[in-house]
Design a protein around this ligand. Structure first.
Ligand SMILES: [Cu+2]
Length: 75
């Protein structure tokens, strides 16, 4: 019931892949306008990727479990 790692730093243009492997479903959903592109389907098992074209700090959560949060810093 957590993202691991919860914080990640990447370079502009990098692609981040979230891997879902749990007994309950999860998703990723960006917080705020800049993170709108982070919006995955709901997975129990699977992967979802997003490429970050613009530098910044992007926060996200699992819409099913809003205490599950993470941050991607794009340099
Ligand atoms: Cu979840």
């Amino acid at each position: 019931m957590k993202f691991s790692p919860a914080t990640l730093t990447v370079k502009t243009g990098d692609t981040v892949t979230w891997k879902f492997a749990d007994r309950v479903p999860h998703a990723v959903q960006g917080i705020g306008d800049a993170a709108m592109g982070i919006n995955s389907p709901i997975f129990t098992k699977g992967e979802w990727s997003y490429t970050f074209p613009v530098a910044g700090t992007y926060r996200y959560l699992c819409p099913l479990h809003p205490d599950m949060r993470g941050t991607v810093t794009v340099q």
